[in-house]
Design a protein around this ligand. Structure first.
Ligand SMILES: Nc1ncnc2c1ncn2[C@@H]1O[C@H](COP(=O)(O)OP(=O)(O)OP(=O)(O)O)[C@@H](O)[C@H]1O
Ligand SMILES: [Mg+2]
Length: 1021
């Protein structure tokens, strides 16, 4: 049986902040800290996962954990990123809803790690099969490649993502990656304490000498201007090992060897570009023209990239501006040449990065044209506040600002939608909406990005200062914009705000931006001469990276500025996200030291504030703090109510209603939605939990009790059975003993008796006169024995008086023996006859004068052979039973005393009277209806058969018969009635004629007449 658990089981602090009681900033932070200290880095706010970077490996991402969280409900287990991943993946798979997982938090908070965990979870649980597995592996292996090219060490994070990464999964199969918004300025310049992208260091550290030679590189970092030296080595990071990992990953992803070589050549070219230096050279027109100082580096670049050296050299010195039909070539001064060089490096690198993404996508793209629902995992660069913040931070923070906005909108929207879906009343909640900040940046007329574009496109002298001036004019009154020079007097004396800076109050805090470089970075111009030079390269990859360099495709339109490109990308991203079902992971950084076990409350508090996590909780709790589908709620608390425990047969909702009524939870504390119960206060939930805990303890005790009872009873029954067995054996043994004793006693008694008898025999034997007389007596007796006939009454006379009793006894014994001998000769039939004769003797001997004459007559019963006589065929057919008596009798008519011959049949159950001539049955009397047979004690053959009053045959009155076989008939009637009805038939032998008179008083004219009749008959008999 699957064990149902809940988030509420074994909680450290509270697993879901929505249940925090009381809710305050302090309690919120304390709860996070308590959980963090117990290595519980994940906490929920409803369906949002708050993740705190542990800065140490935790054993909570094993394949067993994946299995544990697989197909489980969100609130079933303790909070985990896998739970959210599973929820999102299942919604995609089962409900066919587009999903996006938005991972936000500041730099170093663990977004990239979280995104990798989500992907590894989805990879583990999604579709299987050789092809899918290969694609999954390729997608997962694309991470090290992308991190090498897109991540860099910053002061906040040793592996900081410098691009926005979106991974897409189609139902069951991984699909594509899309990357955007690379912080390309890092290629040419890195802030203090930070590094360039990892790949540069990895090549120099990890490539073999041979490869370095081919790439025309040296292992020494200090040889390259684009590599800052102060933090070239990062603690705990082995660039050489990482390089091997990246190469291996590239192979798995599907890069061919020549492709890898080309990529490395481009990286090397970028690195070497930084080493090209320019010197001014005066021209005749008095203007300075830039010239390359040392052409050796340029030569190597051209050899690497297959570019004609003179073409590239010229592109660094001249700029051709084409307007309509005209082409004007102007020289570049040194500053412009450096600008062109850096622009080329940045473009080469960022385009290489985009190409890499396209190439990876080609490898892993699922072979399907049908658009299926997708799940996107979005990992962006985190919110950044540095000492010097420039255009890049501005852009990054803008992106974060937009994500925060979408979070607020969608969280509220989702909450609201759930209430509508569940038919629950929605109450409005106050929250900070950062739309105003987004508007400050992106507004098409008055937004900072619009101002910047306007400045960049404006004719005349455009500098960063003129841009700031413009901002000061347009944004001065904006609540979230601060500048020393703005018309707003608030900041006139704010010395913390230099004149060349402006400050924005972002949702995550105030950030001061150095305006220097904004215009140039926004312009991001790559002179056409350079792109054409690149296109001319004899290097297929570089040629492909600069399609606009093709003279046939000359586009005179100014390319969009970096700001507007970024804005458009962000807008597309947001639009895309809005169509998907969002899932949030809010990452928090516990300390600035990148150290494990340190929880800096102030730092966490700041993040909690700007991420609006408390507001998130409030929104979630605005109506109801807790909600749960009815089924789960009932499952969890059903033991609290007798009616729902152990089984509730009806719908879950009705069960929950019964449960809550029984527990007397105030009505205002909960509401019934369509599919969920909404609990207003965490208090109520905890009360339920306490009750449940208590009840579970009681149930555990009950189970223990029952178990112990069962165990004792089983033991008792065993003992009882054993006792019965033992007792029976004991009784048997005792009885055996007793029997032995009785047996031996009987033997003793017998032997005494025998001894006693012998003693007397001896005594007698020892009387010599008696003995001789006895001998004589027995010898004579032998010769005088009477015949063996039992009726023989002869017995010799006794010779001696003293043997009188012996003689009598001997006579008795002899007679019994003789009778037995006689009986033993009988057959079964004879036995029956004798039994009948015996019965007749008992009934009639000394009672009826007719009896003695009957003794010698055998009882035949069937005097009429009905079966043999064809005359009686009909009668025979009518009688189915065995016939015991078939005899012709005279039936005396009660009216006139005349006799009529009738066939008298006695069967097992009936007495039948039939006409003697025709054989037609006249009367049929069941034996049960015969109550008595009466007769006189005289020598006549008359007998009356009395019938039960009220019986069917009694209607005509009792029967009076005369028969020559009266004794036999009465005997057989008696025996048959006894055997059939188990009742003795009353046979009355009486000479009281009154009886006859009573019977015949209606028929005979006078008593004298009857007397005469009887006496006549008697005399006849
Ligand atoms: N769940 C985790 N378990 C162990 N270590 C982690 C975890 N999450 C993050 N880390 C550690 O924190 C470091 C920074 O995390 P990560 O690169 O994911 O941050 P980020 O939010 O992506 O930052 P940025 O915005 O700069 O890209 C990781 O290199 C890793 O050492
Ligand atoms: Mg990252």
């Amino acid at each position: 049986m699957e064990v149902k658990t809940s988030l509420l089981d074994n909680m450290i602090g509270v697993g879901d902040m929505v249940l925090l009681e009381p809710l305050s900033e302090d309690s919120f932070i304390n709860n996070l800290k308590k959980r963090f200290d117990h290595s519980e880095i994940y906490t929920y706010i409803g369906s949002v996962v708050v993740s705190i970077n542990p800065y140490r490996p935790l054993p909570i991402y094993s394949p067993e954990k994946v299995e544990e969280y697989r197909n489980r409900n969100f609130y079933e287990l303790s909070p985990h990123i896998f739970s959210l991943s599973d929820e999102a993946y299942r919604s995609l798979r089962d409900q066919d809803k587009d999903q996006c997982i938005l991972i936000t938090g500041e730099s170093g908070a663990g977004k990239t790690e979280a995104s990798k965990l989500v992907m590894s979870y989805v990879a583990a649980v999604c579709g299987k099969g050789a092809e899918v597995n290969q694609v999954k592996e390729q997608l997962l292996q694309s991470n090290p490649v992308l991190e090498a090219f897109g991540n860099a060490k910053t002061v906040r994070n040793d592996n900081s993502s410098r691009f926005v990464k979106k991974m897409l999964w189609q139902k069951l199969t991984p699909m594509t990656l899309s990357l955007d918004l690379l912080e390309k300025s890092r290629v040419v310049k890195q802030p203090r304490g930070e590094r360039n992208f990892h790949i540069f260091y990895q090549i120099l550290s990890g490539a073999s000498e041979d490869m370095l030679n081919k790439l025309k590189l040296e292992r020494d970092f200090s040889r390259y201007n684009y590599l800052s030296l102060d933090s070239a080595r990062v603690n705990g990071v082995d660039d050489a090992v990482n390089f091997r990992t990246v190469r291996n990953a590239m192979q798995i992803v599907g890069f061919m060897d020549h492709e890898t070589q080309s990529i490395l050549e481009v990286v090397a070219a970028v690195l070497k570009l930084g080493n090209i230096e320019f010197k001014p050279e005066s021209r005749v027109n008095g203007l300075d023209e830039s010239k390359i100082k040392d052409k050796n580096e340029l030569k190597e670049i051209c050899e690497l990239t297959g570019i004609d050296q003179s073409v590239l050299e010229r592109a660094f010195s001249f700029r051709t501006v084409e307007a309509k039909q005209e082409k004007v070539s102007t020289t570049l001064n040194v500053a412009q040449a450096y600008y062109a060089r850096d622009a080329l490096a940045k473009n080469l690198y960022s385009r290489l990065f985009s190409w890499l993404v396209t190439r990876i996508n080609e490898s892993i793209k699922a072979q399907t044209k049908v658009r299926k629902k997708v799940m996107g995992v979005l990992d962006i660069y985190g919110f950044e506040i540095f000492e010097d913040n420039s255009f890049e931070q501005f852009i990054i923070n803008y992106c974060n600002e937009k994500l925060q906005q979408i979070f607020i909108e969608l969280t509220l929207k989702e909450e609201q939608e759930e209430y509508i879906r569940e038919d629950i009343e929605w109450t409005h909640i106050e929250y900070f909406n950062n739309a105003i900040i987004c508007d400050l940046i992106e507004n098409n007329q008055t937004g900072i990005l619009a101002m910047l574009d306007e400045e960049c496109l404006r004719p005349g002298t455009v500098t960063d200062d003129t841009f700031l001036e413009k901002l000061n004019q347009v944004c001065a009154t904006h609540q979230h914009f601060e500048s020393r020079m703005s018309k707003c007097s608030r900041f006139l004396n704010d010395t913390s705000l230099p004149h060349s800076c402006f400050r924005i109050q972002h949702y995550a805090g105030k950030v001061m931006y150095q305006v220097e470089g904004f215009v140039d970075k926004n312009n991001d111009l790559l002179y056409r001469d350079l792109s054409q030079a690149m296109w001319k390269a004899n290097h297929s990859l570089i040629k492909a990276l600069f399609p606009e360099g093709n003279p046939a495709k000359i586009n005179l339109k100014r390319p969009p500025t970096a700001g507007s490109q970024f804005k458009a990308s962000v807008a597309t991203l947001m639009k895309n996200l809005q169509t998907k079902n969002p899932n949030y992971i809010r990452c928090i950084k516990p300390n600035d030291k990148k150290a494990a076990h340190i929880f800096n409350e102030a730092l966490v508090c700041h993040q909690v504030r700007y991420l609006g996590l408390l507001e998130n909780v409030r929104v979630r709790r605005a109506g109801y703090a807790f909600r749960q589908p009815y089924e789960l709620c009932l499952e969890r608390y059903k033991m609290l109510c007798k009616q729902t425990w152990p089984h509730w047969r009806g719908p879950a909702r009705a069960g929950v209603e019964v449960l809550f009524n029984e527990l007397e939870i105030p009505k205002e504390e909960y509401s019934f939605g369509r599919s969920k119960i909404f609990i207003r206060n965490p208090r109520t939930l905890f009360k339920l939990e306490d009750l449940r805990k208590q009840r579970l303890e009681d149930l555990a005790t009950l189970i223990q009790k029952m178990y112990r009872g069962w165990k004792c009873r089983t033991h008792f029954l065993l003992m009882k059975r054993s006792q019965i067995v033992i007792a029976s054996w004991c009784r048997r043994y005792a009885q055996q003993k007793k029997y032995q004793r009785i047996k031996s006693s009987a033997i003793v008694v017998q032997s005494y008796i025998r001894g006693w008898k012998l003693y007397w025999l001896r005594l007698i034997i020892h009387l010599p006169s008696n003995l001789s007389q006895m001998q004589k007596y027995f010898l004579e007796m032998k010769n005088k024995m009477p015949s063996l006939s039992p009726v023989d009454k002869n017995w010799p006379a006794r010779p001696y008086l003293f043997l009188d009793s012996t003689h009598k006894e001997l006579k008795r014994i002899f007679h019994l023996w003789r009778c037995k001998k006689y009986r033993d000769q009988f057959t079964d039939q004879q036995k029956l006859i004798y039994e009948e004769k015996l019965e007749a003797s008992e009934l009639f001997k000394d009672k009826k004068a007719l009896y003695p004459a009957s003794v010698g007559q055998p009882f035949h019963g069937a005097y009429l052979e009905i079966s043999k006589n064809p005359k009686y065929k009909k009668l025979k057919d009518a009688v189915e039973e065995k016939i015991i008596i078939a005899e012709v009798v005279n039936k005396i008519n009660r009216a006139n005393g005349k006799c009529a011959s009738r066939i008298f049949l006695l069967t097992k159950n009936n007495v039948l009277l039939a006409d003697q001539k025709s054989g037609h049955i006249k009367s049929e009397v069941p034996l049960g209806d015969v109550t008595k047979v009466s007769m006189s004690s005289q020598n006549d053959g008359f007998f009356a058969v009395h019938l039960k009053e009220g019986s069917g045959a009694a209607g005509k009155g009792d029967f009076l018969f005369s028969s020559d076989h009266l004794i036999e008939m009465a005997t057989k009637l008696y025996r048959t009635t006894l055997s059939q009805t188990r009742q003795k038939l009353n046979i009355e032998i009486s000479d009281e004629y009154v009886y006859f008179l009573l019977v015949f008083k209606r028929t005979f004219p006078s008593v004298q007449h009857a007397n005469r009749f009887i006496s006549q008959k008697s005399n006849l008999g």
